[in-house]
Design a protein around this ligand. Structure first.
Ligand code: LIP
Length: 292
């Protein structure tokens, strides 16, 4: 892997690469074990002791080196920590993306780490532990899979696209009907197919490899996609909001695609159900955005 940039960012990237590789050993040894499963926002939004342990170790190791830096971690936020993306150097962490997969031993689980300064992602890594696939990108430095350069497919014809999305953790009627009708409308375009791996981070990285031509999701969180969004952009892909506006990692709505033509065509077809922004006060009512 080519680590470029100033010594600070190069060291930070090297640090999180070695941390994710060593922490994957904890994920992999727990992967085969029986797990105690806890619920969060819905019966399908799971967390295990391993999620919490990996995040604690990761944040503690980074904080030792960078005590002034800020953190947005999935399980820290779940435990009540305030979620705020400021201009400060901030690490955005999903310790196990694909926790339902992890619980069921479905082999797509990833550690996702992004590093942002002035609200701009400087580098991101997604380590798919069971596959031993390390996706990585530095802003302006390209995207790589296990050290090999990545390039999006460049596909511009929606009828020749393989599209990836997610079922999500929502189980209310509106979210489920919106999610299924989005898939129905895409299949009727038609597109070649629709896939879902159960981890937003690895899903989105398939667009960077060219193995998929688009990914869209409503309801995911910033930690699911902060790293993979940069990986797609650095592989020559396009990332934007499902309403066609500029990508906003806090909006919980995203399209990543091989080209602007495909991204815009998907934005015309998919609708978003109401969901609270990641940086919105949890006590406030759900945000609007029932449709684009
Ligand atoms: C998961 C996402 C996935 C989504 C799940 C869940 P987690 O993240 O990666 O795309 O469908 O509902 O949000 O909770 O495993 O880190």
């Amino acid at each position: 892997l080519r680590v470029s940039g100033d010594s600070g960012s190069a060291f930070s990237l090297s640090l999180c690469l070695s941390l994710s590789l060593s922490l994957s050993q904890i994920v992999l040894s727990a992967f085969q074990q029986q797990k105690e499963v806890m619920l969060k926002s819905s019966p399908a939004d799971l967390v295990t002791e391993t999620d919490q342990r990996v995040e604690k170790i990761l944040i503690s190791a980074i904080r030792d080196k960078y005590p002034q830096h800020k953190f947005i971690g999935e399980e820290s936020v779940a435990a009540g920590e305030r979620l705020e993306l400021s201009d400060s150097p901030t690490w955005i962490i999903d310790p196990i993306d694909g926790t339902v997969n992890f619980v069921h031993r479905f082999p797509f689980v990833a550690i996702s780490i992004a590093f942002a300064v002035n609200k701009q992602t400087e580098f991101g890594i997604v380590y798919s532990c069971v596959e031993d696939k390390l996706y990585c990108a530095q802003r302006g430095g390209g995207a790589f899979l296990n050290g090999e350069p990545l390039h999006a497919s460049g596909q511009e014809d929606i009828s020749r696209c393989l599209v990836v999305t997610e079922i999500g953790a929502e189980r209310d009627d509106l979210a489920l009907s919106t999610m299924t009708s989005n898939i129905f409308r895409l299949l009727k375009l038609p597109v070649h197919g629709v896939r879902a791996l159960g981890t937003a981070a690895v899903d989105m990285c398939q667009v960077a490899t060219g193995g998929a031509d688009a990914y869209y999701h409503i309801g995911m969180h910033c930690w699911d996609i902060a790293a993979s969004a940069l990986i797609v952009q650095e592989a020559g892909g396009v990332v934007m909001d499902t309403d066609g506006s500029q990508f906003d990692m806090m909006s919980r709505k995203v399209i990543a695609a091989s080209s602007s033509a495909v991204a815009n065509r998907i934005a015309q077809v998919v609708q978003a159900f109401p969901c609270r922004r990641d940086d919105e006060d949890p006590s406030k009512s759900l945000c609007g955005a029932a449709s684009n």
